[in-house]
Design a protein around this ligand. Structure first.
Ligand code: AMP
Ligand code: MG
Length: 370
């Protein structure tokens, strides 16, 4: 695949997840929507011979941008449908909003099972699947550790070792029980907490893609705070260009550019949410076994896949697994590629994606895995 340079480079960086408040769009909320949302910006793009219609929102604790490429301006209805869908998912999934269904599952831990809507059931099934394939590096019951560390909140601090051990003891995805006949979910022990933060945005991005296609549009970019999904091909172009962020940069400067079509790219890295104490950076990717933010050779890993949910789950899983185990896992899966960015400034791409990636920062070097 040849790399073509375009003026518009999408930045694939996970800005933030649930709960905190990063860059909200400058626009006023539209109508009576219960979330911050912009009106359409419309641009004639000569390179793609398209009209690009974009709307932004602040949802899922992050900055969302949807850009639709078409012959004409995209209707407001498609954006209504997209943002309402995201809102509905947030009301179902967030563990930071009281009385969401995930909150009910958590409140009823050790008490009783909770019947959930089918999409949530499917998402939890997938989360358990990735918990298994990653051998618990990704663990959807990570909630007690996430709450203890509070990374991304004003209370973030290094916990005492006893509290960490207590929290580790509450994390075990094998104690989540699903009943597909009743469509119910049960957490076996009291104090267990399900946290879908590492997989939900990808799942929602895939749903948003379906809504866009159902409305008759064939080309779009769905960017949920850096969880980027390209719908179809870029009109009159060889590919979309997606910037992979330099994880060491305070700004969103690019380390490299990927040429992609109809694909998702999701990144997990040390720069998304963190605090620093005594010169140590404590970031939001927690190893369920040690109870600490994972410190390994990786600064970030980007996963390229057809489905964004797969990329989201795997980016978190592979980051925690580290280069060797993560590389092996990615290579064992079909249609999944990865770009590893290492602390020693090497960048390693899996063979099938290498020719689509162009390094643009000379501080880093590309290397093959060996
Ligand atoms: P992501 O940015 O997709 O890698 O997801 C990170 C978020 O997932 C964190 O903010 C936590 O809510 C949650 N999380 C952190 N560590 C893990 C883990 N080992 N397994 C599953 N979820 C995790
Ligand atoms: Mg993830």
């Amino acid at each position: 695949m040849k790399l073509v340079k375009f003026s518009l480079i999408i930045t694939a960086t996970a800005l933030l997840l649930w709960g905190c408040a990063p860059d909200e769009p400058d626009h006023e909320p539209v109508g009576s929507t219960p979330y911050v949302r912009s009106s359409s910006t419309v641009r004639n793009d000569s390179a793609t011979k398209s009209v690009i219609t974009s709307q932004e929102s602040y949802q899922l604790g992050t900055h969302i941008v949807i850009s639709i490429y078409d012959e004409n301006q995209a209707s407001n209805e498609v954006f209504d449908a997209v943002f309402d869908e995201i809102y509905n998912y947030e009301q179902m999934i967030s563990k930071n909003i009281d009385s969401t269904i995930v909150d009910q599952i958590n409140v009823n831990a050790g008490v009783e099972s909770v019947v959930v809507p089918e999409p949530l059931f499917k998402l939890i099934e997938n989360a358990l699947h990735f918990s298994e394939v990653s051998n618990g590096a990704f663990d959807v019951s990570i909630g007690p550790l996430v709450e203890l560390w509070g990374i991304g909140t004003s209370d973030a601090a290094v916990p005492d070792p006893v509290s960490i051990d207590e929290a580790i003891a509450k994390v075990d995805f094998n104690k989540i029980h699903l009943d597909s006949d009743k469509m119910s979910v049960y957490l076996e022990e009291p104090d267990m907490i399900m946290d879908l933060g590492a997989i939900a945005k990808g799942y929602i991005a895939d749903e948003v893609k379906q809504i866009i296609l159902q409305h008759g549009y064939e080309s779009a970019i769905v960017n949920l705070g850096g969880n980027v999904l390209m719908v179809g091909n870029k009109p009159n172009s060889v590919s979309w260009s997606v910037g992979v962020r330099n994880p060491l940069s305070e700004s969103t400067s690019h380390l490299g550019i990927l040429a992609l079509n109809d694909n998702s790219i999701v990144t997990s890295g040390i720069y998304e949410r963190f605090f620093e104490e005594d010169n140590v950076r404590y970031h939001h990717l927690i190893n369920p076994r040690t109870g600490y933010p994972e410190q390994n050779e990786l600064l970030a890993v980007s996963i390229i896949s057809n489905e964004s949910m797969i990329g989201d789950a795997l980016s978190t899983a592979v980051f925690v697994m580290g280069l060797d185990k993560g590389y092996e896992l990615v290579q064992s899966l079909e249609n999944v590629e990865a770009i590893f960015i290492l602390r020693d400034m090497r960048v390693i791409a899996t063979p099938n994606i290498k020719s689509s990636f162009k390094l643009v920062n000379n501080d880093f070097v590309m290397e093959d895995y060996h």
